[in-house]
Design a protein around this ligand. Structure first.
Ligand SMILES: C[S@@+](CC[C@H](N)C(=O)[O-])C[C@H]1O[C@@H](n2cnc3c(N)ncnc32)[C@H](O)[C@@H]1O
Length: 335
């Protein structure tokens, strides 16, 4: 567990794309809805390149505190260098957000004002030449957010039996042509391992037969599926949100930004359940959903980026922001 361990050399800013960039999505909406205020204590559970974190810090100065986590030590090093002027107001951890309760307990923090989780990968990770996330790169098929983990995308592509590979592509990519794609990958790897992103993208494009739509490359869904599987992105998400809420003061807010429907469905369902809404769709007495609200949906529908933001950052188009407000006092048993 690396919860309290700072990344290798915490001050080393890695080499990556010539301009290390990631535009924070729905920045003003997120900051407004989190209700950042001077002196506040906030967590950015996926600090990335510190776009949102930098804005949170501006709003909590001079004596607020920001705790930042990322499972990617390279991104964390960039965040650290960007936030350097505010050093006294930040604590950074190379950690999976699943470990947030442990980190907060170690810091002796019981009541926070807000928590942000901006899920998925950053543009920096996608574009980095050596990270192997993108079908547009010729990097080795890697896709690990945390490079200290062993399993890579190449292990899955070259090691899974055909049926498991197809199930994975269907489940995490919602790819209707999953069986055909898996079968082509297995045929390709009989001639030698499929180790590079461009090589896999080519195999998929030939199996899928052209573009999925004018906007999407035929390998998009398969690459998403592999990335989710390598990083076990959906595991523990619901538990993270439930536990995170217990650390908020009444009125404190949890904001989550999701980038694909699998993630957003989990966020939507969890938030509705925590707000005491029915998630099964059946009427009482058949409905057995727990109706003890510990949160309040700040907006009934997800907040989406405006047309102006999507025009300058097309990647933002699929982002969905949901915010839950803590409504009950935190009891001793929850701390
Ligand atoms: C969309 S980016 C966040 C960008 C950030 N909000 C910014 O403005 O720069 C998502 C980040 O979350 C990290 N991440 C994803 N899953 C994580 C997890 N379970 N625990 C910690 N970090 C995670 C990724 O490594 C990535 O840096």
């Amino acid at each position: 567990m690396k919860a309290s361990v700072q990344s290798g050399n915490p001050n080393r800013v890695p080499h990556g794309p010539s301009r290390v960039e990631h535009a924070p999505v729905m920045l003003s909406e997120t900051i407004d809805l989190l209700q950042c205020r001077p002196g506040g204590i906030f967590v950015d559970a996926t600090i990335g390149l510190a776009g949102h974190a930098g804005a949170i810090l501006k709003n909590i100065r001079p004596d607020g505190l920001l705790i930042g986590l990322d499972r990617d030590s390279e991104s964390l090093a960039i965040a650290r260098s960007r936030l350097k002027p505010d050093e006294k107001n930040i604590r950074l951890f190379h950690a999976n957000f699943k470990n947030l309760p442990l980190i907060l307990n170690n810091l002796g923090l019981k009541t926070l004002d807000g928590i942000l989780a901006d899920l998925g990968v950053s543009a920096y990770q996608l574009l980095a030449a050596d990270r192997g996330f993108s079908f547009q790169s010729d990097a080795l098929l890697d896709m690990r957010m945390d490079r200290s983990q062993r399993l890579t995308a190449s292990d899955l592509v070259n090691g899974l039996p055909e049926e498991e590979l197809a199930d994975l592509i269907l489940r995490f990519g919602e790819e209707p042509r999953a069986r055909r794609i898996a079968s082509s990958i297995v045929r390709a790897r009989q001639k030698g391992p499929v180790t590079r992103c461009a090589q896999l993208a080519d195999v998929i494009a030939r199996a899928a037969g052209g573009r999925a739509s004018r906007r999407t490359h035929p390998a998009t869904r398969t690459f998403q599926a592999l990335r989710i599987a390598v990083n076990q992105e959906l595991e523990g998400l619901e538990e993270f949100m439930r536990e995170a809420l217990t650390f908020l003061r009444p009125g404190g807010r949890l904001a989550v930004i999701a980038f694909h429907s699998l993630e957003d469905r989990i966020v939507k369902r969890s938030f509705r359940m925590l707000a005491g809404h029915c998630v099964c769709g059946r009427r009482p007495p058949l409905c057995t959903c727990p109706r003890n609200p510990v949160g309040r949906l700040v907006r009934t529908r997800a907040v989406k980026p405006g047309a102006a933001e999507v025009a300058v950052n097309p990647r933002a188009r699929s982002a969905r922001l949901r915010v839950l407000e803590r409504v009950q006092a935190i009891t001793e048993s929850e701390c």
